[in-house]
Design a protein around this ligand. Structure first.
Ligand SMILES: *Cc1c(COP(=O)(O)O)cnc(C)c1O
Length: 379
């Protein structure tokens, strides 16, 4: 594989120190209890970044594993589950709920807007008999951000557990797990944490643990059963061999964030995101969203006479750079620029916007402005 410039909303660039960390000599993670301490330390760093005292587990599998494990462990056959749907990942939670026998109910709203908490509240006043609700912090295919601070507190008032996919949020957006009363917080190594893909993080409130442990039926399956982690630290034991090199790399990626300071990291993201959106609009392009813009990815509409797939391919072939289109049904409609983690930096986004501006013009887009100059004016 030759080196490419990657500007996708995950996996992101990995800093050299993180990349090299995986080449270090390792111990036996099953037997050496020093590794249990190391693993616990890494988990605690995740909890710290999420501003919560709740315990984090790191599972061997990328982000989707966390989503499925949360649903597998919470759902008993017939349980009513609210699936909050204003994006493609939000909608997708229904599959996991159903696989494990849950009775999923959609609360759906416009994909171009964040969830309106007042309207959600009106819905909940009529029907709030749900064991848990799923929602997405930053729904990456369209870039919509939901206000999890309000939504999770609201769910908590109704006694509904909250399951939040913040895979593409945490590390680029503020998360206050305890203040916002989030019960299950899900993350991934390859998004704003900027570690290589392969790990998911699951952070559980005591209330979520109690519900998981007091099931009447047993969890179907082993790998997605979060209850198997219950006493790992007391017993110094893992349910399966931990991918030690990946965890060492994630640990260092988290140190990179903590050393820079989480507030500074988030500020770096929001500055890049703001200027990117303004530059695209100044260039005459239309953003996909009306509101709820997230810090980690920007989706813009590609003029129909060009099409997103053609633009993506052109940038790949001509400039050796990877940008993403979206998922169906928006795959030929929008391009997404990932500015998360190590990609949320002036040098990265400048290069990406320069290519996008040039490529659009090469393909017939007319503007007397220069996309990179516009960005620089706003940054
Ligand atoms: C990336 C991502 C995931 C994990 O899925 P992948 O298969 O690793 O892409 C889950 N949720 C969201 C919102 C994501 O952006």
């Amino acid at each position: 594989m030759n080196n490419k410039f990657v500007y996708t909303p995950g996996p992101t660039n990995v800093r050299d120190n993180v990349r090299l960390e995986r080449s270090k000599v390792t111990t036996n993670p099953d037997i050496d209890t020093d590794f249990v301490e190391f693993y616990k330390g890494t988990c605690d760093k995740v909890s710290k970044i999420l501003n919560t005292k709740n315990e984090t587990y790191i599972l061997c599998g990328e982000g989707i594993l966390g989503l499925e494990a949360a649903c597998a462990t919470l759902t008993e056959p017939g349980d009513r589950v609210l699936v909050i749907n204003n994006g493609i990942f939000g909608k997708g939670f229904m599959d996991f709920v159903k696989i494990y026998g849950g009775d999923g109910v959609y609360y759906s709203s416009d994909y171009r807007k964040e969830i309106d908490t007042d309207k959600l509240n009106e819905f909940l006043q009529r029907d709030h008999d749900f064991k848990y609700a799923t929602l997405v912090h930053c729904d990456t295919p369209t870039g919509v951000k939901n206000d999890i601070s309000k939504i999770c507190r609201l769910l908590n008032e109704y006694g509904i557990l909250s399951v939040v996919d913040s895979v593409a949020g945490m590390g680029g957006e503020e998360v206050k797990g305890d203040d916002w009363k989030i019960d299950v917080l899900l993350g991934g190594s390859q998004k704003a944490f900027s570690a290589p893909p392969g790990l998911t993080t699951v952070t559980l409130s005591n209330r979520a643990k109690e519900v998981m442990e007091s099931r009447k039926t047993s969890v179907v399956g082993f790998y997605c059963n979060l209850n198997i982690w219950k006493n790992y630290y007391i017993e110094k034991w893992f349910p399966y061999t931990m991918p030690i090199s990946d965890i060492m790399a994630l640990d260092l990626a988290l140190d990179n964030i903590l050393d820079e300071g989480i507030e500074n990291v988030i500020l770096r993201h929001s500055k890049v995101a703001d200027a990117t959106r303004k530059a695209l609009q100044g260039f005459g392009l239309e953003l996909f969203l009306e509101n709820g813009f997230c810090n980690t990815v920007t989706a813009f509409k590609v003029p129909e006479y060009i099409g997103a797939v053609k633009l993506k391919n052109y940038i790949n072939d001509k400039y050796n750079a990877i940008i993403s289109t979206s998922l169906k049904p928006y795959d030929n409609e929008i391009i997404r620029i990932g500015h998360m983690g190590e990609n949320a930096r002036l040098e990265e986004i400048s290069y990406a916007l320069n290519l996008i501006g040039k490529a659009l013009k090469d393909l017939g887009y007319v503007s007397e402005k220069n996309l990179l100059d516009l960005f620089n004016g706003y940054y």
